[in-house]
Ligand binder design. Structure first.
Ligand SMILES: Nc1ncnc2c1ncn2[C@@H]1O[C@H](COP(=O)(O)OP(=O)(O)OP(=O)(O)O)[C@@H](O)[C@H]1O
Length: 518
């Protein structure tokens, strides 16, 4: 059993790199996801791993965490050759991982969650299913203090802000060092994707500090963040490692070019073209007990209105209420001047309102259907003639959109669950962007998980929808994104609107918005 990886007196080589891959490849039936990767991760370094959607980052991480077995190549951890047949083997070798989606059980305490990775030993805090509470909390406090967290181990995870939850996840991942008694390697797969700006800054600081404890592979789509956090940056493209640079030797523009193959275009916010008297969407005095109150805003055809606020500000819930995916108990919502009552999602779609949720995997797509089927799920458009489906027309439509949004692989017949996260997201977005008659488009974090090049394309498509006269209500990933792409920014705090900036007549800085958010 590989839990004994470094046992029997074979201590890890103290001078060897934390990780060495040589010629590692992995293919699926139609795609080579990872191709001949050779790299070294030194100890006590934070190394960034970046690449376009579908470049192969997740597949490589899955090889390192024992989920996929490589077709060829070798892996060495601290100088010793290893073979990971299952995830426990990778844990036993000292590799911990924090996945994109938070994996803590929110109804358990911090200490209980941390104990779930505990190593069985004769005096472990959890024995035969029995908790030794004092020891459990004490051990958790020790692990947390290693990563600079002062969270009380007795706190129920559900009561913690997201940034603290991420620190608990990292602390838990770090416990792999108890297996090897050597420098651990922690993989952080987009740990900041769900965080807001101020929380991201805290987490970035803590990640930089992790190099004192071991090595880190940090995956992120935000190039500025990668530049701030990492000592070195690895760039993947179409399954291959195309660059391995010291952060000090590379610029953000070069990274973009290495990843995507062309220089970054400067973002443009077009002037709203279709401002008519009748707003496409009008929200007046909207409230839901305990969640948001007295929210009013208008979005004219062709206008993009961004809602900014921290987690808990109520902006997600307002967006859900507009689409009928969530409730409100006071106020009114008007679409195209008509008040909508007993709004449910089906009616919203029929009335020309679309919503792209942040939780695309659970709410936005059907993994067991093909890319083409997902695309035409809501609005079959040209793919139907009367009651009849026209499979060839559907495929043609899908092919066009796969081209426009550069969905990879270009195979609309493939089940959507087989695509990489970012490419799934492009399909979910395309489902609505292809609808030319759309009146209102509600987008909750549309760029989350998209690589910088794809984000640029999706931004252009959002601008194109505005230019066609669609009204866009947007929850942007960052304040900067909101200021860049919206015509109007509405700030929310604790369920209320605290400020509205019409950027066509006044300017606002990130600081102005932050002051009204927190
Ligand atoms: N289980 C699988 N079956 C078939 N193809 C797969 C499977 N897993 C990954 N792929 C393919 O391998 C390629 C690399 O995907 P991977 O998920 O590693 O990309 P990624 O760089 O993590 O992208 P993203 O940033 O979008 O998550 C993609 O073309 C994907 O469709």
């Amino acid at each position: 059993m590989t839990t004994q990886l470094f046992a029997h007196g074979t201590r890890p080589d103290q001078d060897a790199p934390a990780l060495r891959l040589t010629g590692v490849s992995k293919s699926f039936s139609r795609v080579t996801a990872v191709q001949d990767i050779t790299l070294e991760i030194k100890r006590n370094q934070v190394v960034g791993l970046i690449g376009e959607n579908g470049a192969g980052k997740s597949s490589l991480l899955k090889i390192l965490t024992g989920i996929y077995q490589p077709d060829s190549g070798t892996i060495e951890v601290l100088g010793k050759a290893v073979k990971f047949r299952r995830p426990q083997d990778s844990v036993a070798a000292g590799i911990g991982v924090v996945h994109q989606e938070q994996s803590l059980l929110t109804n358990l305490s911090v200490a209980e969650n941390i104990a779930m990775n505990a190593v069985a030993s004769k005096d472990a805090a959890v024995k035969l299913g029995w908790y030794r509470w004092k020891r459990l909390n004490q051990e958790a406090a020790e692990v947390l203090s290693k990563v600079g967290s002062t969270v009380d181990p007795r706190t129920v995870v559900g009561d913690l802000p997201f940034v603290d939850r991420q620190m608990v996840e990292i602390a838990r991942a770090l416990r792999v060092d108890e297996h090897t008694h050597a420098s651990p390697l922690v993989i952080l797969d987009e740990p900041t994707a769900v965080l807001e700006r101020d929380e991201t800054a805290i987490l970035e600081r803590e990640i930089r500090a992790l190099r004192e404890l071991g090595s880190v592979i940090f995956v992120s789509h935000r190039l500025d963040e990668v530049m701030r956090v990492c000592d070195r940056i690895l760039v993947m493209r179409q399954g291959r490692l195309v660059a391995d640079r010291a952060t000090s030797d590379v610029t953000q523009e070069e990274l973009f070019q290495l990843m995507v193959g062309h220089a970054q275009r400067s973002p443009q916010r077009s002037a709203p073209q279709h401002e008519s008297e009748t707003p496409a969407l009008e929200i007046e005095g909207l409230g839901l007990t305990g969640t948001f109150r007295d929210v009013s805003l208008t979005v004219h055809p062709g206008q993009c209105v961004a809602l900014v606020g921290t987690i808990g500000s109520g902006r997600e819930e307002v967006c859900r209420a507009v689409f009928g995916a969530g409730d409100y108990d006071t106020g009114t919502v008007r679409v195209d001047g008509k008040e909508i009552r007993h709004w449910r999602m089906g009616k919203a779609v029929r009335s020309g309102v679309a919503y792209v949720p942040a939780e695309r995997k659970t709410e936005g797509m059907v993994g067991g259907l093909s890319g083409a089927e997902n695309l035409t799920l809501a609005k079959p458009g040209a793919a139907v003639s009367g009651p009849l489906l026209r499979p060839r027309a559907r495929k043609r439509l899908a092919e066009e959109w796969f081209e426009t949004l550069d969905v990879r692989p270009r195979d609309p017949d493939l089940h959507l669950e087989r695509f990489s996260g970012g490419n799934q997201q492009k399909v979910v977005m395309a489902k609505w962007l292809m609808d030319e008659d759309l009146k209102v488009l509600v987008l909750d974090h549309p760029l989350r998980g998209l690589d910088a090049g794809a984000a640029e394309t999706v931004n252009e498509q959002i601008q194109a929808a505005c230019a066609r006269g669609t009204a866009v209500l947007l929850i942007a990933d960052t304040i900067e994104d909101a200021l860049e792409s919206a015509h109007v920014v509405v700030v929310m705090r604790d369920g209320e609107v605290t400020a509205t900036y019409d950027l066509s007549v006044e300017s606002a800085t990130s600081l102005d918005l932050l002051e009204r958010m927190v």
